[in-house]
Design a protein around this ligand. Structure first.
Ligand SMILES: Nc1nc2c(ncn2[C@@H]2O[C@H](COP(=O)(O)OP(=O)(O)OP(=O)(O)O)[C@@H](O)[C@H]2O)c(=O)[nH]1
Ligand SMILES: [Mg+2]
Length: 430
């Protein structure tokens, strides 16, 4: 096994050629055909992004999943016939499969059966670039794999592995499991270390002086395009899902003169696999700690409303739902785009085209307004012998100017509500 953080386990879709994929969805009670179709459309897009071709879609109506094979046995055999007829390599389920269901299906179908989570993990694995991104993806993949480890050839293989590689009485399966668990611990530790380093950097970056704005949104909504438009960051933009895994931070000045740090993030998707949410927690900290979230929405998508809801679900999951949010409906330039209509519908939102730059100034001024509505400029008079207070004002707020007189140090400082309350007794009434 390779060492360090560059090792990513071979992923779930074979990319030495374009695999042929059959999609499977189940229509459970309470779900409309339209909703399922929409989910399968998205799954097809995910499969395409992962580098494979969808050759068929199969839908079954069921009350609940079959515990052994997810689909009913008749349907599984029909699925097998379709796979044979179309020479399909892999079957992808819209719904999460239990390890046992996956195993049983593969036995009957004679080919790989995976679920939507596996496809998303696969795309993440392809897109990871930095050591941290790779480690995060590897962690998510290993956690997905651990319960799915199976015995080689259906028997407890005693041949695999060299002499001395396993303890007495250990089966290969146990050895593999132990290795995976060790590797998971190792990566967790490395990620914690990276996270600590980032925290130190964050503190060193003089937090409090600059406001932090984080771009969030459904994958492919145009977050990286927005970062580029706002800051000429030259971040990679592509018409594919989950292009950004390693967020960038760039700064720019608002018309009022204050400097704002903008951070791009990994795209969200409905039912984001929990393995990924956990693995990407440290990256997603920039979302929790932001002063403002700019929630970029693809205004040209038929599913804009559903995507807003999915993003907000993830925000709750990562405990960032308390951070103020500015909705920005993007891709207003596309024919048939609903960006402008949606912006009228959602109060306080704005529309934009990150591609052409149209209405970008509106976005910038809305960002400034939203940030300023949280902050207020206060005039404080601090006693000359209270250097600690002056230091605190610098730490917690944005000190605009300082003048010293016999009465004390007079400063103008931008503080949020909490900071303002703390310095109440030193305020000079205007
Ligand atoms: N026409 C048009 N296309 C846009 C606009 N903004 C982004 N795009 C396109 O939409 C696609 C996705 O843009 P990105 O900026 O990569 O989107 P993202 O949200 O960062 O996506 P991920 O990082 O993959 O989650 C690219 O093909 C962009 O060129 C826009 O305002 N108008
Ligand atoms: Mg991006």
């Amino acid at each position: 096994m390779a060492r360090g953080l560059t090792y990513i386990p071979s992923t779930l879709i074979d990319r030495s050629f374009r695999e042929k994929i059959v999609l499977v969805g189940v229509l459970f009670p309470g779900v409309s055909q339209e909703a399922l179709d929409q989910q399968l459309d998205e799954l097809a897009l995910l499969v395409d992004t992962a580098g494979a071709d969808v050759v068929a879609r199969i839908v079954q109506r069921r009350e609940s999943p079959d515990p052994a094979t997810f689909l009913g046995s008749g349907k599984v055999h029909e699925l097998r016939q379709i796979c044979l007829a179309l020479d399909a390599d892999t079957v992808v389920f819209e719904h999460n499969l239990s390890p046992a269901q996956q195993r049983n299906l593969e036995k009957i179908l004679g080919r790989t059966a995976i679920d939507r989570t596996a496809v998303i993990l696969d795309i993440f694995a392809q897109n990871a670039r930095t050591p941290e991104g790779k480690a995060q993806v590897e962690l998510a993949l290993l956690e997905y794999r651990l319960p799915r480890l199976r015995r080689a050839g259906g028997s407890l293989s005693q041949q695999a592995g060299g002499i001395g590689t396993r303890g007495p009485g250990e089966t290969q399966l146990e050895v593999d499991r132990r290795r995976l668990v060790q590797r998971i611990h190792h990566i967790r530790k490395e990620l914690k270390q990276i996270d600590r380093t980032r925290q130190v950097q964050r503190q060193g970056r003089d937090r409090g002086r600059h406001r932090e704005v984080t771009l969030v949104g459904y994958t492919n909504a145009g977050k990286s395009s927005m970062l580029n438009a706002l800051t000429d960051a030259h971040v990679v933009v592509e018409d594919r899902l989950f292009v950004t895994l390693d967020p960038r931070t760039r700064q720019r000045q608002l018309p009022g003169g204050e400097t704002v740090l903008f951070t791009d993030t990994v795209g969200f998707i409905s039912n984001l696999p929990h393995e990924l949410v956990e693995a990407f927690m440290s990256t997603l900290k920039s979302v929790q700690l932001a002063d403002l979230l700019v929630h970029v929405v693809d205004g040209a998508s038929d599913y804009a409303e559903e995507q807003i809801a999915a993003v907000r679900d993830v925000l709750v999951e990562i405990e960032a739902d308390q951070v103020p949010e500015l909705l920005v409906f993007n891709k207003a330039d596309l024919p048939g785009s609903r960006a402008k209509d949606l912006a009228k519908l959602y109060e306080g939102s704005v529309w934009v085209s990150a591609a052409t730059g149209e209405n970008l100034e509106e976005v910038v001024s809305a960002i400034g307004e939203r940030l300023r509505s949280r902050d207020r400029v206060l005039t404080l008079q601090l006693p000359l012998d209270r250097g600690d207070l002056l230091a605190a004002a610098h730490r917690e707020g944005d000190v605009l100017d300082t003048s010293v007189s016999n009465e004390g140090v007079l400063i103008h400082v931008v503080l949020d509500a909490v900071g303002a309350a703390r310095f109440r007794e030193w305020r000079v009434s205007a």
